[in-house]
Design a protein around this ligand. Structure first.
Ligand SMILES: [Zn+2]
Length: 168
């Protein structure tokens, strides 16, 4: 599994913050997320990446890593094979990182589809599913929509309120 690390200095490992989880995004994270999703969608298939990082002492979390798992997808469907999910879980455990959001592309509109609800990456409380429209050809963050898992249900949240872009 490939990844980008965008921060040198990380806070020490600690347990997952209580929702709502405020994410501080590493400088450049939004741009590299959009670039990787665009390249991996290639105008014709869904693609997925993950945001990982560490909780901060003030109850928020910093997103320091962009993870690029292997996936199998078509224009409207995407899965991460079981062996890749296991590799991913082992890697984040070893690195003492937590995954805070998955981010995947749609061919047109961004919304949480029936397929997304039926097979979510995670339904842990406070986990985010972020959807990027038009196979990520737009500018970073444009028309992205994000949903928070709480007690097994998904609620749309305001990206501006939850994701702090701390640099370009
Ligand atoms: Zn979807």
């Amino acid at each position: 599994m490939h990844h980008h690390r965008l921060l040198e200095e990380l806070p020490g490992p600690r347990s997952r913050p209580e929702p709502p989880v405020r994410l501080q995004l590493a400088p450049g994270l939004m741009a590299v997320t959009q670039t990787e999703l665009r390249a991996r969608s290639d105008g014709r298939r869904e693609a997925i990446v993950l945001w990982a990082g560490r909780p901060t002492p003030d109850g928020r979390a910093v997103v320091s890593h962009l993870l690029l798992p292997r996936f199998v997808s078509s224009r409207e469907r995407l899965t991460i094979p079981r062996d890749e999910r296991h590799r991913l879980a082992a890697w984040v455990l070893e690195q003492q990182l937590l995954i805070f959001s998955d981010l995947h592309t749609h061919p047109e509109q961004a919304f949480l589809s029936e397929a997304d609800v039926a097979a979510p990456f995670s339904t842990r409380d406070g986990f985010y599913a972020t959807v990027i429209p038009r196979f990520a050809v737009g500018t970073p963050g444009a028309d992205w929509r994000a949903y928070e898992a709480l007690a097994g249900h998904w609620q749309e949240i305001s990206i501006e309120e939850r994701f702090d872009d701390i640099g370009i």
